[in-house]
Design a binder for this molecule. Sequence first.
Ligand code: GAP
Length: 350
Amino acid sequence: MEKFVSSREDMYGLASTIIMPESVWAASGHLENFTDPLDGKKFNTMFKSEAGARKGETTNVYLRPELAQGMFVNFKNIVDSFHPNLPFGIAQIGKCFRNEISPRDFLFRVREFNLMEFEYFILEKEWEKHFEYWRKEMWDWIKEIGINKDKVHESEVSKEELAHYSKRTIDFEFDFPFGKKELYGLAYRTDYDLANHKLNYYDEETKKTFIPHVIEPTFGADRTMLAILTGAYAEDELGGEKRVFLKLKPRIAPVKVAVFPLLKNKAKLVEKAREVYKMIKVAIPQLMFDDNGNIGKRYRRQDEIGTPFCVTVDFETLENDTVTVRGRDTGEQQRVGAKELLEYIRERLK
Ligand code: GAP
């Protein structure tokens, strides 16, 4: 701001033109309530730290606010070692840090978060085609992980609000319980970054050197988690009791199957349940064994973490080698042969 404004008066003048006409501004008396803009607070946009073991011999470093720049720097290594044809992409997942924000709304806005980002390198003339391709991919991802697509809305970022590097950006917004807020972004970053890093691409076929353009789909992992959790949270009544459960898509449930012996103190039931547990674990490692409390409580515990299937070994199992499989959403049980169990579950996890 110092470049444009040389005095405190200039700054107030600027502020008054932007915010309201001078006459209204002067009459409002608001001027007195503002802190001095020039010796006022400056924002810390990045986290500053020091690299180096010895005090006094360190270098200032800054924690990254996005993954993108690391990937643009990697661009040269990848081109030199793999010689990929355009279009090609680089994807990374990792921690990012933002110091200028006010953390709020649980996982939604935090200073340290996990970002998943692609930089997809393309020919300039094909940017619209690739933008559309990624737009569809992002919708497919949203459906794939079980986010309710009716709660997601595209929002075209206006020209005035576009980031300095972008020629077009679409925000994917989600109906969070605290309002409609950005979940993901899709940006056409042009050749802004590669040009700044002075990186280019040699096309073996056309024998031409040029700077590729970039489409950037970006996904906050924490916001993904929050959208999934808030969308999956459900309450109903089962067996005359109110219950809370997570209606997670089976593919993303952290525990896919829980195995119980009906009674903890019957050695034969426990032994058989352990056998069933081991048999499933070979194919589906996201598994739990639980013999605590009564069966109703075990079901409820699994409902709360969104486990799609509970398998119970009971006295009938010892007679005919069948188990009960209880589905999370309906609470209904089916008897399934122990030998067919794995196939039964696999089919329903797809
Ligand atoms: N490289 C582009 C970029 O970083 P951004 O919109 O600033 O764009 C990308 O951030 C994504 O990161 C957002 O769509 C959002 O999902 C997530 N995100 C941004 N700031 C966040 C914060 N303070 N806390 C949690 N997630 C955040």
